[in-house]
Design a protein around this ligand. Structure first.
Ligand SMILES: C[S@@+](CC[C@H](N)C(=O)[O-])C[C@H]1O[C@@H](n2cnc3c(N)ncnc32)[C@H](O)[C@@H]1O
Length: 484
């Protein structure tokens, strides 16, 4: 075990990150849960203070893949640079599927799976989480990349949530393809063993039907895992629509890794695998392409583990003004979400779809015991700033009955802007009449990067969907499994 190791959370496209940052044969276990080509656009749903889901939904990622330049380039790379089998398969798939969305998805997956094969240790395992939309094609790709002999299981994760179909059998399972890099691998089914049914135990006690040793009261689970999806009100739920239950990841990580092993999740979403790896004392690497996910993971980890959290570094986020300018130039939504993360605020609405209401983010907090939350409204500016924008924020503040407004800007504020903000006066909380907080606060990105904080009253109870506090180690509740 390398003592200088730090866990890592990368912002960016996993293809580039794997190419540039992750060495050969360095990871023990890869779990990936990529977008499924389901034509759905997944949203992050933000819980309101009262626990219901807000209408504000942020498009987390467009789960659609279209054939374009990127797929054409990946296709050419696969056909010209990869092994005969994979190159042949990809060409055959293109001739069968044509240049459609499914083919674009498979090419994008294939090129990444090749990198994962390189990164995995020779004793490593990979679990590819998908669904029946593409699992049959992905299994062929996995056979070509990892080798047919290294296929171990097609795990069916069965759940009951959602409605029943009237025109076909209801679709209630995901598929998880489990492959190893070689014929030598770790597997500890005993760590996730489940009790035998009473029927089986009774049969075992009957001398004629004895097939189970009498002291053997548990068995390794089979390849059908019945684990319920988190219900919308589950404590574990963070509002990331594609969030997977910890119970599922707990099984995979325990069975296929030991303490101190390195787990990588290149599509880590709101960080389920990362959080379970942390709890089970594994090292981890998480990658995601949106700051919506990165911000949620940062909050999830600090709320779940507090001081127990192992040190980790976030890589790919702007560390200085220059980096922030580059991000603002490259993608204004990512810049905005990143900046909101600096003050631990939540994004306010679907920027890609909704009309601009002048609110980019908000923080709800309680500074008294009335049960009614107070709001801070946040406006983020990545470009040129003017005094009229500060005035506008003041108007929004009044309209929304928010107590504080924060104007976050990449550019330095002008003198009139500062004067306008100062003229807004102070928020004096009823409960702490001796305290006062500027009603309109202008914070530059540079100041925030140097550690400056938004100034508002200390929060009483929690205001938004917090991750459950976790004890490090096993969670027996997570291992209760239905037998089938
Ligand atoms: C299905 S979600 C993963 C959910 C996750 N298992 C959880 O429990 O929260 C897929 C994630 O992959 C991310 N993603 C999509 N394309 C990516 C890429 N090229 N590189 C890195 N992350 C990507 C999306 O932003 C999304 O968060």
């Amino acid at each position: 075990m390398n003592n200088t190791w730090k866990n890592k959370l990368y912002f960016g496209d996993n293809l580039a990150i794997m190419n540039e940052h992750i060495p050969d044969e360095s990871v023990d276990l890869i779990y990936l849960d990529p977008p499924f080509n389901s034509k759905a656009t997944y949203n992050v749903l933000f819980g309101e203070v009262n626990g219901t889901q807000s209408a504000a939904q942020i498009t987390a990622f467009e789960d659609t893949w279209h054939w374009g330049m990127e797929s054409e380039e990946a296709y050419r790379e696969l056909v010209t640079k990869e092994s005969g089998k994979l190159a042949e398969l990809i060409q055959a798939m293109r001739s069968f599927l044509g240049q459609n969305d499914m083919m674009a998805y498979l090419v994008m997956m294939a090129i990444r799976l090749v990198k994962m094969h390189r990164i995995l240790k020779s004793t490593g395992s990979i679990y590819l989480h998908c669904d029946p939309t593409a699992s049959h094609y992905l299994k062929l790709v996995m056979d070509a990349v990892f080798g047919m002999v290294n296929f171990q299981n097609e795990i069916i994760w069965h759940y009951q949530t959602g409605g029943a179909s009237k025109i076909r059998f209801s679709r209630k399972h995901d598929v998880i393809l489990f492959y190893t890099k070689s014929q030598t691998w770790k597997f500890h089914g005993e760590r996730i063993a489940i009790p035998h049914t009473e029927k089986a135990l009774a049969r075992a006690q009957n001398p004629k039907g004895a097939r189970i040793a009498i002291d053997d009261t548990t068995k390794n689970p089979n390849d059908v895992l019945i684990i319920q999806q988190m219900n919308p009100m589950a404590k574990e739920r963070l509002g990331y629509q594609t969030q997977k239950p910890e119970a599922l990841l707990e099984r995979i990580i325990k069975a296929s890794s030991n303490e101190g092993d390195i787990i990588m999740d290149p599509f880590c979403g709101c960080g389920t695998s990362v959080s379970v790896a942390e709890r089970l004392n594994r090292k981890w690497i998480g990658i995601d392409i949106t700051f919506l996910a990165i911000n949620l993971i940062n909050l999830r980890l600090s709320e779940a583990f507090g001081k127990e959290l192992s040190e980790y570094e976030v890589i790919g986020d702007p560390k200085d003004l220059h980096g922030a300018e580059a991000l603002a130039e490259q993608d204004k939504y990512q810049f905005e979400w990143w900046a909101l993360g600096l003050v631990e605020a939540r994004p306010a609405h679907d920027k890609k779809k909704g009309a601009d209401s002048g609110i980019d983010g908000y923080i709800n907090f309680f500074d008294d015991n009335s049960g009614k939350a107070k709001s801070i409204i946040i406006s983020v500016k990545g470009g040129h700033v003017t005094v009229s924008q500060v005035r506008d924020l003041k108007g929004v503040l009044e309209r929304e009955k928010a107590v504080i407004g924060a104007f976050i800007t990449l550019q330095k504020p002008t003198k009139p802007m500062k004067e306008e903000a100062a003229a807004a006066g102070f928020y004096i909380p009823e409960y702490y009449p001796d305290k006062h907080y500027p009603k309109l606060q202008i914070l530059t990105i540079e100041e925030l990067l140097k550690g400056k904080k938004l100034d508002y009253p200390p929060m009483a109870p929690a205001t938004f969907k917090k991750a459950q506090r976790k004890q490090k180690g096993e969670d027996p509740e997570q291992l209760q499994l239905e037998d089938c």
